[in-house]
Design a protein around this ligand. Structure first.
Ligand code: NI
Length: 402
């Protein structure tokens, strides 16, 4: 049985509410884009430094790995990792808040300022309770969740999960349309893979009134967009989700000209890795077939995005139960999967763990704009809640592993 109680964690986090708000607002006012999080990284390092934490810096360029060795750790005891992402988005903020972004065209519109703050809050709480920890806690403050190849993939490649080796990893994301302080879990594939598709159809341009002397890439492209609809509808189990959207089509200049080429761009979302790979082949086969039929040529680039995010069922049930202990049953809900993507998936390819939603919305106060929206904001009351939750889940896991 654990020596510490949920109220020890909640109290330790709530004592730091003002400090957490200060950190979050500093980050919010000074957003930095993917792999450029230098000031953010410096702030993270100074907070972890104040805690006397062992640190590895410059991981994935601006990432920081903090290591907290528990006072009750023994040889061979477990290591649990908590992740916070640090990057902002290229969006002009329109919240009008007194602590709105000072960097034109950049905004923490996905809540990563709060994720970083809550990971640091968990570090504060766990450092205070360090003597009771029967294992090691690692803090993964990573760059570039928003931009390929994803900070998490570089963190993993640069050994963030090694030395000491991580046994389990937890991460959280704010949900601005869900009531503040509630947390949602899903034991399985909760987010999709997201690949970018770039297609160029090359024909032979010419006079619109002399089609026999051309190879028309517009007709070819139109057939292709329709034919690609069968990739999902005819090759994927109807009980499994998948999306193929062509979001951009560009070609041609005038009513009386058949152009040389047409460009198409789209996204493929999948929950199943095997089908994802099969879909890539089917997409190319479809393009090739349509182009042969029309005498056109093509170029295809599939830019591999993040893999699907697979929450480990045991880790999810464990964290969900720990959340009930800390916050009460009424604050914990069952989340539904969605077709968004997150680079936390890369950690989960290496070690089991789970990624949960933390509600951050107070609609009556206007905290209800969606993620990536210029009016996005959060309810700051969640900062100690999310900090205590990460810390408690980590502590419970170390205690459980005993
Ligand atoms: Ni995000």
């Amino acid at each position: 049985m654990p020596n510490l109680t949920p109220s020890d964690f909640l109290a330790a986090a709530k004592r730091r509410h003002d400090r957490l708000i200060e950190i979050r607002r500093t980050l919010h006012m000074n957003p930095e884009l993917a792999f450029e999080e230098y000031d953010t990284s410096a702030l993270v390092q100074s907070v972890l430094g104040e805690l006397g934490m062992e640190m590895r810096t410059g991981v994935a360029k601006t990432g920081v790995v903090g290591v907290l060795r528990g006072g009750a750790a023994t040889d061979g005891s477990r290591c649990v990792a908590l992740r916070g992402d640090m990057d902002a988005l290229p969006i002009q903020e329109e919240t009008g808040l007194p602590f709105a972004s000072k960097n034109a065209g950049k905004m923490h519109a996905c809540g990563h300022d709060s994720h970083t703050t809550m990971a640091l809050g968990a570090a504060m709480v766990l450092t205070e309770l360090r003597e009771h920890l029967p294992g090691t806690v690692k803090f993964l403050l990573q760059p570039s969740e928003e931009k390929l190849p994803g900070g998490a993939s570089v963190m993993v490649a640069e050994g963030a999960l090694d030395g000491p080796k991580v046994d389990m990893v937890f991460g959280q994301h704010v949900a601005p349309r869900v009531a503040a302080g509630t947390v949602g879990f899903y034991p399985g594939t909760i987010l999709a893979s997201a690949d970018e598709i770039y297609i160029t159809i090359r024909g032979v341009g010419g006079h619109a009134a002399l089609p026999q002397a051309t190879v028309d890439p517009i007709v070819t492209a139109c057939q292709l967009v329709v034919a690609l609809q069968t990739v999902v509808s005819r090759t994927l189990d109807p009980f499994k989700p998948g999306v193929l959207t062509i979001g951009k089509i560009a070609g041609g200049t005038a009513t009386n000209i058949i152009p040389d080429e047409v460009r198409l761009e789209g996204t493929l979302r999948a929950m199943d890795e095997e089908w994802r790979r099969a879909a890539h082949t089917r997409i190319e086969d479809t393009i090739r077939g349509i182009c042969i039929a029309n005498g056109a040529e093509y170029e295809l680039n599939i830019n591999l995005g993040y893999p699907a995010l697979n929450n480990d069922p045991w880790a999810t049930h464990f964290a969900q139960e720990a959340a009930r202990e800390l916050l009460g049953t009424g604050a914990v809900y069952d989340a539904a999967p969605m077709m968004g993507a997150e680079d936390f998936a890369y950690y989960l390819e290496k070690v089991p763990g789970t990624f949960w939603w933390i509600g951050a919305g107070t609609p009556e106060q206007g905290c209800n704009a969606g993620l990536h929206n210029p009016k996005f904001t959060i309810n700051e009351d969640i900062l100690p809640v999310g900090s205590a939750l990460m810390a408690w889940v980590a502590y419970r896991y170390l205690t459980q592993a005993g």
